[in-house]
Design a protein around this ligand. Sequence first.
Ligand code: EPS
Length: 418
Amino acid sequence: MQDQTSIAMRLRFHTAGESHGQALTVIVEGMPAGVPLHATSIDRDLGRRMQGHGRGARMKIERDQVEILGGVRTGETLGSPVALLIRNRDWTNWEDVMAVEGTPGELRRRRVTRPRPGHADLVGVLKYDRLDARDILERASARETAARVAAGGVAKVLLGSFGVNIGSHVVSLGGVVATVPDPLPDPLNEAADRSAVRTLDPAAEAEMIRRIDDAKAAGDTLGGEVEVVARGLVVGLGSHVSWDRRLDGRLAGSLCSIPAVKGVEIGLGFDGARRPGSEVHDGIHRDAAAAADDRRGGFRRARNHAGGLEGGTTTGEPLIVRLAMKPISTLMRPLDTVDLTTGKAAKAQSERSDITAVPALGVIAEAVVALVLADAMVEKFGGDSLAEMQRNYHGYRTALGSRWEALSTDRALAGEQS
Ligand code: EPS
């Protein structure tokens, strides 16, 4: 069923839970039956999300692991909603503050009345008519991204069954821009995960770490940019026919919904806007090697400035997206605000937080890209079971492979007749 007011999804997910509540939960709906799924395949990415120089003390408390509560039996999905749970270990320190039971409006310990510029604190209390900004920040917290990484882990398993893999790396942090190797290492994550800031440039890495340490000493925070690369995609996911089926729009919308993400680029992105068309678009070629590659439809591109998308549709080249993350809005040397109880000028509340979460952003963005791509795969190849989806997928690839042959036969016949 198409939702006319939002981007339609066939593989859908919803997360719930507060940062210091008992747990985060996720329901992933639309997975075909028969996909091998184990908690361990999701836990790897949950662990990767917690890493990175510049994370706060919370990451020393948590040991994020998923419990699969529904949708899986004997290590395989059933086609029913997949229900996941990630317990917050920090809950034991917050049980009184975050208890579900109590008197409405009751004022509790750790009340937040001095909203942080840049966070959801102020707009949230105004919009939801709350007295304590904790009612807002508990859900606005980027802790929610743990649940999204879990959902993305499910999507990654589905994509893996079709030879798609997704990696990421940090391209800038705190104003330090990394030199990106060309070609990128494959597998990408094996290389990026070796770095404390998930960058592929060792010289930039040292400088990024220095800037994080300096920001910490100054009570400040840092943003940056990450790149996500998805390899192994088949030509033809997404569509040009309607706005909500264009994959570039679906990716940009989903990626911008990650807390603190302020920009998304696809392929050359903003840089492409400054060059003439001849230096932007990727020439189309066909030779023997290309003809044998049915995944790309039998064609080869001179380069991949398009980042794997043309007309809102995959080309079969690697999908390349970049995200910009603003610095975290909890500053230990806080900015100007107004106290919501007195109406007087004050300094914003300081809560324990991170100096930067840019290295974690790559892992979160991989998950979000995986969810969008898995949705596009289900859209195109459908099916109630993985086996049915595989048949549809391989049937499509076979048709792509024989298309040129059919076309040349038609042309030969047309030539004979004229
Ligand atoms: C996060 C958990 C949070 C923060 C961070 C992300 O833990 P706590 O608030 O208990 O210190 O480290 O949240 C934010 C950046 C934010 O703005 O809320 C996590 O699990 O990723």
